[in-house]
Structures are given as structure tokens and as C-alpha cells.
Design a protein around this ligand. Structure first.
Ligand code: G16
Ligand code: MG
Length: 219
């Protein structure tokens, strides 16, 4: 039976977290408070709406619905200006090697991201052609750790969830993969991503023979 592979975007394929941070910090500063890199950790893998709720909590700011919507748009406009400057040099190390390894073997590949900007980002860094399916913040109703995003991806790839492998950098993403009955692989700090079935600091540490073993696991 064939395996399917699902990649998270921010923190796995590209480091867009730094641009999210700059855009959120600008908004925080305009509203009169600081927003630190440490606080930005809480935002990884979390939806835009939830991020703004957390940001306003940090600043102890009560917003009307109208203000809330305005700030959501403002943050995204600033974020998109950063995205517009992105190119292939921002692809994280060895991501292309792994994508090519899978493509060479006709393994179906999906994106499973919370971002509503996933497609333009993949376009900017020239990775769109690798993906057979893109499931992102526009397609899901329930955020990670709910498994919805990955289950839709498996369905689109026509691969049984138990045969899917998920690469994730966020705790909520690892939990979502586990709940989907998929093999979760943490990309990042193994202490933070301890619920993952396997951990790698980044893709440079993942050998071709390890990838090969993932293809054969369910034969
Ligand atoms: C990413 C980021 C989050 C961001 C979310 C929504 O998730 O990690 O910080 O808030 O997307 O992004 P947007 O505002 O572009 O819709 P992922 O799932 O790709 O790691
Ligand atoms: Mg991520």
C-alpha cells in the first residue's frame, strides 16, 4: 500500500514565523505595548484570529468587533508585504532533497497548514509544483490539535490516514497528526515536540535510508 506525506508550512518548509512576528510586533507597538520573540512562540501553528486574541490579552486590550477585524486585516497586509519579498533562498535546509526523494518515487505529497496564505508562499519559493494537495486555513473549520487539516489532506491524496506521515514543528501539529492516526515526525526541538513518534532538529539530519524506511513501514 502506498504512503502519503503531509508537510506543515511555517517552521517546516520556510521560516515565516519571523515575518508573522514582525507584523504582530508592529501592531502591538501601535497599540502601545511590547511583543517579544518568546511570546511569539505561542503563535506558532495557531490561527490568525486566535493569535490576535492572545496578542490583545498580552496588551490587556479590549477590542470592539470592528477594531478586531481592522487589526486582523492590518496585520495581514504587513505580513503579505514581507511574503512578497520571499524567494527560494528561504526554503529551509534539505526540504527540496526530501521533496525530490518523494517525487522521484511517485509518493503523494500534501501541505497541511493553518495559514490562509499558504499557496502564495509556496508560489513565491517555487515549491507549488511538488504538492498534489494543499489544505490550509481556508479549508478547515477546526484548528490543530484537531486532526481535521490532516484528515482532509489524506482524503485528497486518497491515502489511508494510517499510512500518512506528517512533518510538524508545533506541539499542536504533532497532537493533530497523532489524533489523525498518522505517523508524526517532529522537526525542531525534541524536548518541545516529545509527543512525536520521531524527532529531527531539521531535514539535514534525516537520511535517505530513514525516508526509505517510512515508505516501507506498512507493506
Ligand atoms: C502558520 C503559523 C501561525 C499563523 C498561522 C496562520 O501555521 O505558524 O503563526 O498564525 O499559520 O497564518 P495566516 O495569518 O497566514 O493565515 P502553520 O500551520 O503553517 O505552521
Ligand atoms: Mg508550523
Amino acid at each position: 500500500k502506498k504512503a502519503g506525506f503531509i508537510f506543515d508550512l511555517d517552521g517546516v518548509i520556510v521560516d515565516t514565523a519571523k515575518y508573522h512576528y514582525l507584523a504582530w510586533r508592529k501592531l502591538a507597538n501601535e497599540l502601545g505595548f511590547e511583543f517579544t520573540k518568546e511570546q511569539n512562540e505561542l503563535f506558532k501553528g495557531v490561527s490568525r484570529k486566535r493569535c490576535l486574541e492572545i496578542l490583545l490579552d498580552i496588551g490587556k486590550i479590549k477590542a470592539t468587533q470592528e477594531q478586531f477585524n481592522t487589526w486582523m486585516v492590518e496585520k495581514n497586509v504587513d505580513y503579505l508585504a514581507y511574503i512578497d519579498q520571499m524567494n527560494a533562498s528561504e526554503i529551509l535546509p534539505d526540504v527540496i532533497r526530501v521533496l525530490k526523494f518523494l517525487k522521484d518515487r511517485d509518493i503523494p505529497i500534501a501541505l497541511g497548514s493553518a495559514s490562509k496564505n499558504a499557496k502564495p508562499i509556496l508560489e513565491k519559493v517555487n515549491l507549488l509544483p511538488y504538492f498534489d494537495s494543499i489544505v490550509d486555513g481556508n479549508n478547515v473549520t477546526k484548528a490543530k490539535p484537531d486532526p481535521e487539516v490532516f484528515l482532509i489532506a489524506a482524503k485528497n491524496l486518497e491515502v489511508d490516514p494510517s499510512l500518512c506521515v506528517v512533518f510538524e514543528d508545533a506541539v499542536a501539529g504533532i497532537q493533530a497528526a497523532n489524533r489523525a492516526g498518522m505517523l508524526s515526525i517532529g522537526i525542531g526541538d525534541p524536548n518541545i515536540l516529545s509527543e512525536a513518534a520521531f524527532n529531527f532538529k531539521d531535514f539535514t539530519e534525516m537520511s535517505d535510508s530513514f525516508l526509505e524506511s517510512l515508505l516501507n513501514q506498512n507493506k
